[in-house]
Design a binder for this molecule. Structure first.
Ligand code: SF4
Ligand code: SF4
Length: 421
């Protein structure tokens, strides 16, 4: 094992390979607060990449209803239980979230899927994991819309309306794709070295001509985002729509485009970007990149299960109505600060949140032009002032992609169409 810096854990950790980082890293932010569970993203991916014989059970992009749902079923609960078994009572965080980019969430004192496997059986596979049974892949959104009831009892729902800060009955949609991790567990576990991380954009690909279908990657990925195909007897995974990201897709006009699942998003929850990397695996400071801004400056977007240790490049703005303890085990100790900032955004964050899904081109930087004050009042008992600022997005060649305002246009349906589409 080698020592590598995992900034999401605020410490070095063991990894089977030495540190090696791409020039830019594929990353994304999903705002869970906006997801309506329409599955347009799921179907955009399915109809592009996994519509063939033998891929019926495969959903590289899926949206599951938390807390009961999961694809494959109970994937996160099962991996968390294995880690707890390897290190009983020790899976905890220390320190406080702060401004150090090498430890923004404090320090993780528990063990990762790489370290847990060593702790258990040093000579067997390189990563702690499990192979889901065939039937666990059957339903990509099992328990759809099933809420947790009052006092945590399933089916016992509140008779009155719900109120923030957290709801008594709750669920939320968790949209997922491969996280194109900085320390991929799938890659670490493959005995054929069939999985690799591209140096130009950090996209993790699986070479099917090298794969022999041992399914070590399926067992190892804690997010369960590699999948086995029975009729070809090799594994497959999300390819981050790399022709679009490269700008070689016919739709792109030579400019980097966001993936199919991002661009199909009805709820405008998704934004994807390419982040510049330092030699130690941290992100190069890039204040005006919207993904960098949301993760490292506003700190509203957090990694999914950072304690797994793969340094996932998918970040989530946590749902503000969900009990904080649940969110902390899912997104780490930065949750309270993230929800607080999202509920009361400052002027800049309010503008940046308008950048989602105005274009399919990848945004490299943004600028804000200040606009007039349009509202002054209170929200949740706090003073709030709204400015109609203009936020401008720029692409790879620093060309302006679009500009939009904080105040959204209001469309009034004419009386004769009041009850029709
Ligand atoms: S999410 Fe899983 S499949 Fe994707 S790079 Fe990470 S470990 Fe590999
Ligand atoms: S398309 Fe967007 S809003 Fe619809 S389910 Fe997917 S992530 Fe959620």
């Amino acid at each position: 094992m080698n020592k590598v810096l995992n900034w999401q854990l605020g410490r070095e950790m063991d990894y089977p390979y030495g540190a090696c980082y791409p020039d830019r890293q594929f990353a994304f932010v999903f705002n869970i607060n906006r997801c309506i569970g329409c599955q347009s993203c799921t179907m955009a991916c399915k109809s592009t990449w996994t519509f063939s014989k033998g891929q019926e059970h495969m959903w590289w992009a899926n949206v599951e209803t938390k807390p009961y749902g999961g694809y494959p079923q109970f994937w996160d609960v099962k991996t968390l239980a294995l880690m707890e078994q390897a290190n009983p009572g020790g899976q905890t965080w220390g320190g406080e979230p702060g401004d150090d980019a090498r430890a923004p969430y404090g320090r993780y004192d528990g063990i990762t899927v790489f370290e847990a496997r060593q702790a258990l059986e040093p000579t067997s596979s390189r990563v702690l994991g499990y192979l889901p049974a065939d039937e666990e892949w059957n339903a990509p959104n099992i328990y759809e819309d099933n809420p947790v009831g009052k006092r945590g009892v399933r089916g016992e729902l509140g008779g009155t309306g719900e109120q923030l800060p957290t709801h008594q009955s709750w669920f939320f949609y968790l949209a997922r794709i491969c996280n194109h991790c900085s320390y991929p567990a799938c890659l670490a576990a493959c005995p054929r070295q069939a999985i690799y991380k591209r140096p130009e954009d950090g996209i993790v690909l699986l070479d099917q001509s090298e794969c022999r279908g041992y399914r070590k990657c399926v067992e190892a990925c804690p997010y369960k985002k590699t999948m086995y195909r029975g009729n070809t007897r090799v594994s497959e995974k999300c390819i981050a729509c790399y022709p679009r990201v490269e700008g070689s897709d016919p739709e792109s006009g030579g400019q980097p485009l966001e993936t199919r699942c991002m661009t199909a998003c009805i709820g405008q929850i998704r934004m994807q970007g390419l982040l510049r990397m330092n030699e130690d695996g941290t992100w190069k400071e890039d204040r005006q990149n919207p993904i960098y801004y949301m993760v490292h400056v506003a700190k509203v977007a957090l990694p999914l299960y950072p304690q797994f240790g793969t340094s996932p490049n998918g970040f989530y703005i946590p749902p503000r109505w969900v009990p904080r303890a649940f969110l902390r085990q899912m997104f780490g100790p930065g949750v309270d600060q993230a929800v607080e900032r999202y509920v009361s955004p400052d002027r800049e964050l309010r503008a940046v949140l308008q950048l989602f899904r105005r274009s399919n081109l990848i945004i490299y930087r943004y600028e804000i032009e200040e606009g007039p004050k349009v509202y002054e009042g209170t929200l949740h008992g706090r003073p709030v002032t709204l400015y109609n600022d203009t936020v401008i997005a720029f692409g790879r060649d620093d060309q302006e992609i679009f500009r939009t305002t904080v105040e959204e246009p209001v469309h009034v349906r004419p009386g004769i169409h009041a009850n029709s589409i």
